[in-house]
Ligand binder design. Structure first.
Ligand SMILES: Cc1ncc(COP(=O)(O)O)c(C=O)c1O
Length: 347
């Protein structure tokens, strides 16, 4: 049986680094959790409730507790994003998106019938720039905007951007796909704007294979999302959603994974602090009070080995928008990711 020393034990990370070399990619799953996952799946196999049942409720309750918000589970990030944008009523309207993100972010705006306007990022945190956010908002008067917590820390300009959105009636959506466990002065990702959406895709800090979680402090948005994921059931089909339900097997895995999340975060933080920080002075530097989930460990020098870039090609180039985003272009050329994965086998 694989041994798992206490994750916060600094010697663990250092010993691992010297004995194993660079960490190879592995889906974050702790072998100690196998029995519980299998027991939950066995109970489900013997039950007659394979969708929309107790496992889903339990998974949602854990994320509600973590974020202090209502939580609605989805089959993936897309489902949560589309539900939120449908509530906002984005069709025919404009929304801002950073370009340094996965295509999912601007694509969700397009799929909701909106027009995408890209804004630039900062070089030091890779996330949305307040200055360019305001410039684009003044010029294009958007109804909504995405901010993305790139790499696992919270966007450093989040408080300024959230305050500006509140003052100017702009709906602020947080793309929390990378931000499991991220906090700033105790506040979780997803709690700064109107709504946040997490992803549980296999590369993420914890995974359920496929899966997503919408979190919001707005009870009307939460109710809309619950109905949207189920073809508008519960709203007399007035809400024109499709099927974005999570199944009970996936939700059961989500419960077990979420219970393990704090160990995974503590282990990654110890490895970053005790091993990687000593080797990489030219890296993203976290401000006071920031806890990163360390989805990625980002440096500004070429390194070997590297897992490459968070994103190679900015979205404004993929979608061929004629816009100048100098920091986004700079970031695409000048950052690299050092492998930082929660290893299964540490024997
Ligand atoms: C920033 C970002 N947003 C959205 C997504 C989409 O998530 P999903 O694969 O769950 O739809 C991803 C990656 O998967 C992502 O990295």
């Amino acid at each position: 049986m694989t041994s798992h020393p206490h994750p916060a034990d600094p010697a663990t990370a250092a010993a691992l680094a010297s004995s194993h070399g660079p960490l190879a990619f592995s889906v974050a799953f702790d072998p100690r959790d196998e029995d519980e996952v299998l027991a939950r799946w066995r109970a489900l196999l013997r039950s007659n409730r394979w969708s929309d049942g107790d496992q889903t409720r339990e998974f949602e309750a854990l994320w509600a507790e973590r974020t202090g918000l209502e939580a609605v589970a989805f089959n993936n990030w897309s489902g949560g994003a589309l539900a939120a944008l449908d509530f906002i009523g984005l069709s025919g309207e404009t929304a801002l998106s950073p370009s340094n993100t996965f295509l999912a972010t601007p694509r969700s705006i397009q799929k909701a019938g909106g027009t995408v306007v890209f804004y630039d990022c900062n070089r030091h945190d890779l996330c949305g720039s307040f200055e360019d956010f305001v410039a684009k908002a003044e010029q294009h008067r958007p109804k909504a905007a995405w901010i993305v917590h790139v790499g696992g820390h919270i966007a450093f300009d989040i408080e300024k951007i959230a305050a500006y959105c509140r003052e100017n009636g702009i709906w602020l959506l947080e793309d929390c796909a990378h931000a499991h466990g991220a906090r700033w002065h105790g506040r979780a990702a997803g709690s700064f704007g109107d709504v946040g959406v997490y992803s549980f895709y296999p590369t993420k800090t914890i995974s359920t294979g496929e899966g997503g979680m919408l979190v919001t402090g707005n009870p009307d948005l939460a109710a809309h999302a619950r109905s949207y994921r189920d073809y508008g059931r519960g709203s007399r089909y007035r809400i024109q959603g499709m099927n974005h339900r999570i199944d009970e097997f996936t939700a059961a895995l989500g419960v077990v994974q979420t219970r393990r999340l704090d160990d995974i975060l503590a282990w990654k933080a110890a490895y970053a602090r005790d091993v990687l920080d000593l080797r990489h002075p030219n890296r993203v530097r976290l401000p006071d009070g920031m806890t990163s989930g360390y989805y990625k460990y980002i440096v500004f020098d070429p390194v070997e080995p590297s897992t490459g870039k968070v994103y190679e090609l900015p979205c404004h180039r993929i979608l061929e928008h004629d816009v100048t985003l100098p920091n986004t272009e700079w970031i695409a050329r000048n950052h690299w990711c050092v492998p930082l994965y929660y290893p299964r086998d540490r024997s």
